[in-house]
Structure formats: C-alpha cells, structure tokens
Design a protein around this ligand. Structure first.
Ligand code: COA
Length: 184
C-alpha cells in the first residue's frame, strides 16, 4: 500500500500527486498544518501544530492502523486524508475517514479525489463500512462525503465546540463498502 502513487486532476486543471505519507514527509506535513486555517483543524483529535505530534506520526507509520493519504503539488502538501482502522474489537470492520484541504485548493475537487481513493482502499482492506464525523454547519464537507457514497445516519445536537467555544451539531455519515468493486 505504501507504493500507492497516483496523479489526479483538479477542476482548474492542476495536476496533483496522491500518495501514502512516508517518514520523509515530516517537514512537509509541519508546513502544511501550519498553513491550514485553525477552524479547518477543529475536527482533529491531536494538535497537529505541535511538531512532536507529527514526529510521532512519521515514526510510527502502520498503514493497517492509519492510512495517511496526502496530495502534493510541486512537492508541497495541499491536502491530507486519513483512514483509521482497528485490528480487534467490535469496530474491526469499520474505518473512520478524515480529510482536510489547504484553503487555496478548496472547491477544486481535491477532497473528493482523496475520499474516493480512501473508499477504494477500504474495499482493498476488506472493511465493511466507513464512518465520517462532520460539523453540521460544514456544507462542503457534507457534499464531499455524499458524493463519495456516504449518507447521514445521525445528528447529535449541540455536541461539539469550535475553537471559539461555540457549540455546534455533529453529523455522523456512513458509507457501505462491503462487497463493492474498486472504481475503474
Ligand atoms: C471539507 C473540505 C475537506 C472540502 O475540500 P474541497 O477540496 O474543497 O472539496 P471538493 O472541492 O472536493 O468538494 C467540495 C464540494 O462542496 C460543495 N460546496 C462548497 N461550499 C458549499 C456550500 N456552502 N454549500 C453546499 N455545497 C458546498 C462544492 O460545490 C463541492 O461540490 P461539487 O464538486 O459537487 O461542486 C475542506 O473544506 C476542508 O478542509 N474543511 C475543513 C476540514 C473538514 O471539515 N473536514 C471534514 C471533517 S472529516
């Protein structure tokens, strides 16, 4: 899987490289997360602006636990999508998907490329369902996951907080991938 290396074309014609993150990406990832808007990082569970967090990620890559897919243009990371899996337990057939795209590359189809690629990977990994947790007031994110085949299954009102402390609703979207064929 680490050999995953593809190109994709954005709506404006920009050619992007999609590939698995490797341990050599530490500095590029630090640079990427420092460029991403703070509000666009609120759904993450770790402080990706802390260099130690990135150090830990690149030191402990295990593609069967977390598959980190990055998008690059001219050697610069412009998007990151991750597929999180569990090897044991009652969620071992599930994957969680997260995606973030740099502001200047948003609305060009990049997240759609990344999420579709993770759906294909989930099929290869033999997963059955994918789950995404999204702020209800994030229409672009909801649109991306809908296009990839996810459907809203539950809304938790007033559950999450943005960086300013304002509460919001969380929508859980699920995509059935069991028995699916990879896209051509
Ligand atoms: C969500 C996010 C990843 C989308 O990335 P992106 O590369 O801009 O996404 P895409 O360009 O592939 O698709 C965006 C879609 O949203 C649609 N969209 C954008 N703003 C919208 C709005 N206000 N209302 C409805 N749809 C909207 C676009 O039209 C596009 O759909 P289309 O291609 O059918 O026209 C990006 O906004 C981001 O990084 N947000 C912060 C992180 C986040 O919320 N992640 C989701 C939690 S896992």
């Amino acid at each position: 899987m680490a050999s995953l290396y593809k190109t994709g074309i954005l709506k404006d014609g920009t050619v992007v490289v999609l590939r698995a993150m490797t341990e050599d990406d530490r500095d590029k990832l630090r640079d990427f997360f420092n460029r991403v808007d703070e509000n666009d990082l609120m759904f993450l569970r770790t402080d990706v602006r802390d260099p130690k967090v990135i150090d830990e990620w690149v030191k402990h890559i295990d593609y069967r636990r977390v598959f980190p897919l990055i998008a690059e243009v001219d050697g610069k990371i412009i998007g990151d999508a991750t597929l999180h899996m569990r090897k044991v337990g009652w969620k071992r057939h599930l994957g969680n998907v997260r995606v973030v795209v740099a502001k200047e590359y948003q609305n060009k189809g990049l997240a759609t490329l990344l999420v579709n690629e993770l759906v294909d990977l989930a099929v290869e990994f033999g997963l059955e369902k994918l789950v995404a947790e999204i702020h209800l007031q994030a229409p672009a994110a909801i649109a991306v996951f809908k296009k990839a085949g996810f459907a809203a299954k539950a809304v938790f009102e007033d559950l999450v907080k943005d960086p300013s402390g304002k509460r919001g609703d969380l929508v859980v979207m699920v995509c059935d991938v069991q028995g699916r064929d990879r896209r051509a």
